[in-house]
Design a protein around this ligand. Structure first.
Ligand code: TXA
Ligand code: MG
Length: 342
């Protein structure tokens, strides 16, 4: 792979122009969005798209989503868009929602991994919008982490994973949502949730029925056919072994005490840290899932920096964006859950 001196640049006009030129020339650029940082390239250029897979070390059977910056960009990329998709777009775009729709011939098979559908997202981050507009192209972009690592929520995280692999990262600050977009398969009269995110089940249910795919809360066997290929892969994982622990705070404390040893950490809600028998990190207030979403991936990266070997995590509430927090934690924990009495 080509070795770059990866530059992290502020999003001023000159740098947006430079990044847009790189995209037009078929290079890959680090792009801030409101969810996580993305590894972007021209969605029409198969060589550029191949560079995304190479930089990330991503399996070729996992499709990319395509980012647009206006509703006018949707029509050329898709066919037979259900009317429901326009209603969802009206309500939730620009924003953290990806719709899986039947693809047009303009989307190369390299982007859709051979599927007949394509994921489309219209991000709300002003820098993402300016970049897509300046390039004048739909931008294919997965999360900007090495495959299997937690998604980057700052330019620094992205540099850590992508240094020397890509020419440039535009620094748009810390991502406000902090977890990847909600992915939905849009049918005529309902949607199927493939990946929970910032546009929550409760929000979508104001518009239409929402079916939750099995893969959201359960592990998928290696050879099973899945609606979304990304579900197959262990994801978002720090090096440490992560365990979700269900039960009351006293039960959690007693359990962690029985497990204590070198490299054992606890991840708890705000205010619970000082009471723990092992070093503890906080992931926000118990009743504030938005804050937990914002902190989660940074926390998983911190666990690696601390050299954690085992991490025990208090189980979060699953309402609203809490479902997305829980879904990512499940994958970080490789579905390892301990249920305590009391
Ligand atoms: O928030 C986000 O969605 C970020 C930012 C950069 O926009 N992007 C992102 O991309 O998370 P990625 O590639 O890391 O995750 C996209 C997920 C994958 O699990 C993939 O398998 C699934 O969406 N996906 C993409 N196209 C699909 C399709 N046509 N059918 C089913 N699933 C699809
Ligand atoms: Mg990803």
């Amino acid at each position: 792979m080509e070795k770059w001196k990866t530059q992290v640049l502020p999003p001023d006009e000159e740098n947006i122009r430079l990044a847009a030129e790189l995209l037009q020339q078929g290079e890959v650029v680090g792009i801030p969005t409101e969810t996580v940082y993305g590894l972007g390239a021209n969605a029409f250029d198969v060589d550029a798209v191949a560079k995304i897979f190479a930089a990330k070390g991503r399996p070729g059977d996992n499709p990319l989503i395509v980012h647009i910056a206006s509703m006018d960009m949707l029509a050329p990329l898709t066919v037979d868009v259900p009317e429901l998709a326009y209603r969802l777009a009206e309500k939730f775009w620009p924003g953290p929602m990806t719709m899986i729709l039947p693809k047009s011939d303009r989307i190369p098979n390299e982007v859709s991994a051979g599927l007949s559908t394509v994921g489309i997202r219209f991000p709300s981050h002003p820098v993402a919008k300016r970049l897509i507009e300046a390039a004048g192209l739909p931008i294919a972009a997965p999360s900007g982490n090495l495959s299997g690592h937690p998604s980057p929520t700052t330019a620094g995280h992205m540099l850590h994973d992508m240094d020397t692999r890509i020419p440039m990262i535009i620094d748009g600050g810390a991502c406000t949502v902090g977890l990847e977009s909600t992915v939905i398969l849009v049918k005529e009269d309902r949607v199927r949730l493939l990946r929970p995110g910032g546009v929550t089940v409760e929000m979508m249910e104001e518009i239409c029925p929402v079916e939750i795919d099995d893969g959201v809360l359960h592990s998928v066997a290696e050879n099973e056919k899945v609606a979304s290929p990304g579900m197959k892969y262990r994801h978002y994982a720090p090096v440490a072994e992560v365990t979700i622990v269900e039960g009351s705070l006293p039960a959690f404390r007693a359990f962690v005490d029985s497990q204590k040893g070198e490299g054992v950490y606890a991840v708890v809600f705000n205010g619970e840290e000082s009471d723990m028998p092992v070093p503890a990190l906080s992931f926000g207030m118990e009743d504030q899932p938005e804050a937990q979403a914002h902190l989660l991936f940074d926390l998983l990266r911190q666990c690696d920096e601390l050299g954690a070997k085992k991490v025990f995590v208090r189980s979060p509430d699953r309402h609203g964006i809490g479902l997305a927090v829980y879904n990512r934690l499940l994958r970080a924990a490789a579905f390892h859950i301990v249920k305590l009495e009391g």
